[in-house]
Design a protein around this ligand. Structure first.
Ligand SMILES: Cc1ncc(C[n+]2csc(CCOP(=O)(O)OP(=O)(O)O)c2C)c(N)n1
Ligand SMILES: [Mg+2]
Length: 573
């Protein structure tokens, strides 16, 4: 495959309807189609209309949204659910600036997506054309690749290049700016470079240095108290099976974060959830797979100081960053875990018995933590306790529910309670912590997997950022169940403000109105209900499911309780 990387489609091998001339807009669509992109998320603008013409010719679906941030988040979400590059197409200037947040989120979350932005005609370069901005300069720090396209014959080539760049090291977003006259113009098909599908990309499933595989196998068979943290790359590498085999064969307890949540379902003997800090303090070997030592990991400071720490990551730059490690492996999570499992299978397992005791100890701790939490999960308090809401949602989810969290404290509360039941069924913004991902992620998830149920928990603040695109979901027949945990505040921020400045000076810029989101849903053609009593949550969720419509359940929750994570301000430590 790599050897044929430079092969282009020649004039003789293209379909008869393409013989002759082709426009820049059609070349964009051809390259997207060759990549397997079957949908673009877009908000229209005069600079980009030729791309739609190409999409119609190539059979690429066009989902038109109400805000470009939504288009970019939806492209990110589409990649997460399908593993195919997400694509958003936005107009020049404000279209592109509106999409910045979505691209930035994809950058921190390691999502492969391409943003295509319009630009004034190249013939008016730097003359002050409508909506002209230095898009490429703006996008460079938050993408893996950002470029303008210099000529129509290079359009398909550069779309292909931009997408290839999404996959170097850890995945991420790319940006292409295409001037209006370049999209509009036509060139001879024979003169345009159109890379042939399957002939311009190599596999990224690298196992790294084989000697390190052997070293890690040695470390693990000797370990007595190991644990593994499975991070987002376990899902993005589609390494679920390899991770399960690894943990089962070596009998290693697994913790999961980000998109890897659901790798093991709750109830599995290797699924651990409540005892991560305990394990990190007591373990002799800690294997971190596909997640950086960022704030979510306390920058690696909360791992036992004398533990053997092993880090596996797609990105060389992530390994050993913020914390010294004992061993680092760079490559694909699935390929590496499978190779280590195999290498270990031929060895004498010195630690097997002691690992059994360790798993029993952790399971015991896990049970205690769950018991301690139970009374609040079942609380009948009025107003509703956010943990009760989380508990009801957790009970409601099935193996086929994709869960999305988009909010502040209400989502922090739910993180310890709501568990996806299957791999790839959990979506959160990632380390950028972007509010507003919910509606676009729901849109993308339902589009990609219509047979799944999509459930999104929103904060009332978060929903407001991108909620108008509830209508896009209604219009396109993409039903999902939205639940707004409504405390009429930006509570996660309010806590820190009132703790520091007292009630009077602290309740500034964080109070929201008492918004009836159920009416908003109805106005847009969806199903809406409000809930004020805990016992009414489950029946309302069931009715939303049965409605088969886009639904918003507006649950009034207690604004005066806060999660422990928020009270400890762990996100800033
Ligand atoms: C786009 C964006 N703006 C601001 C913030 C800062 N922020 C974090 S949590 C939060 C409050 C969110 O309120 P809501 O969604 O209602 O959840 P609550 O904390 O009230 O449960 C804010 C404003 C952010 N993370 N993202
Ligand atoms: Mg709120």
């Amino acid at each position: 495959m790599a050897g044929a990387a430079n092969r282009s489609v020649d004039a003789a091998s293209v379909a008869p309807k393409d013989v002759g001339k082709i426009s820049g807009g059609n070349l964009v669509a051809k390259a997207l189609k060759n990549e397997g992109v079957d949908v673009i998320f877009t908000l229209c603008g005069g600079h980009i209309i030729d791309i739609y013409d190409g999409c119609l010719n190539e059979g690429i679906k066009i989902i038109d949204v109400r805000h470009e941030q939504v288009a970019a988040h939806a492209a990110d979400g589409y990649w997460r659910v399908t593993g195919k590059t997400g694509c958003a197409v936005v107009t020049a200037g404000p279209g592109t600036t509106d999409a910045v947040t979505g691209v930035a989120n994809a950058f921190r979350a390691e999502s492969a997506m391409l943003l295509i932005g319009g630009q004034g005609p190249s013939s008016q370069h730097r003359m002050g054309s409508l909506q002209d901005l230095p898009h490429v300069d703006m996008m460079r720090p938050i993408t893996k690749f950002a470029s303008t396209v210099p000529s129509t014959d290079r359009v398909a080539d550069m779309v292909t290049m931009a997408i290839r760049e999404c996959y170097s090291g850890a995945p991420g977003p790319s940006f292409l700016e295409i001037p209006r006259d370049i999209l509009d113009a036509t060139v001879d098909v024979a003169k345009a470079r159109i890379p042939a599908p399957g002939h311009y990309r190599a596999s990224t499933r690298s196992v790294g240095d084989p000697r390190d595989i052997e070293k890690l196998a040695d470390i693990l068979v000797r370990s007595a108290r190991p644990c593994v943290l499975l991070g987002t790359q376990v899902w993005s590498c589609r390494a679920t099976d390899a991770a399960i085999e690894f943990c089962r064969n070596l009998n290693i307890p697994a913790f999961m974060n980000g998109a890897a949540r659901g790798t093991f379902p709750p109830g599995d003997p290797h699924h651990f959830h409540q005892t991560r800090s305990y394990a990190f303090e007591k373990a002799d070997v800690i294997v971190i797979v596909g997640t950086p030592f960022d704030f979510r990991m306390g920058y690696g400071r909360r791992l036992r100081a004398d533990a053997t720490v092993v880090q596996i990551d797609l990105d060389y730059r992530t390994v050993g960053k913020n914390r010294d490690i004992s061993l680092g492996l760079v490559g694909d999570a699935g390929a590496i875990l499978a190779a280590v499992t195999q290498a270990a299978s031929g060895r004498v397992d010195d630690g097997a018995r002691r690992r059994e005791e360790w798993l029993a100890e952790l399971r015991d701790q896990e049970r205690k933590a769950v018991e301690a939490q139970r009374p609040r999960l079942l609380s009948d308090a009025s107003p509703i306790h956010p943990l009760r809401l989380a508990h009801e949602i957790n009970q409601f989810l099935t193996e086929d529910s994709i869960f999305i969290g988009d909010g502040g404290d209400v989502v922090t509360f739910s993180g310890g309670v709501i568990q996806p039941k299957s791999p790839g069924h959990w979506m959160d913004p990632g380390p950028l912590g972007t509010l507003g991902v919910g509606t676009p992620f729901a849109m993308a998830a339902k589009l990609a997997r219509p047979e799944k149920e999509v459930v999104c928990l929103f904060g009332d603040g978060a929903f407001g950022l991108t909620g108008w695109d509830f209508e896009t979901c209604v219009r396109n027949g993409l039903p999902f169940i939205g639940i707004v945990g409504n405390n009429s505040h930006m509570n996660q921020i309010r806590y820190g403000q009132t703790a520091k400045y007292g009630k009077e000076r602290g309740e500034v810029a964080n109070r929201l109105g008492d918004v009836h989101f159920e009416e908003f849903a109805k106005m847009l053609g969806g199903h809406g209900e409000e809930v004020r009593a805990a016992r009414d949550i489950a029946p309302a969720l069931r009715r939303a499911r049965e409605s088969r419509k886009c639904a918003l359940i507006n649950v009034w929750i207690d604004p005066d309780v806060y999660s422990s994570g928020t009270m400890n301000q762990t996100m800033y430590k």
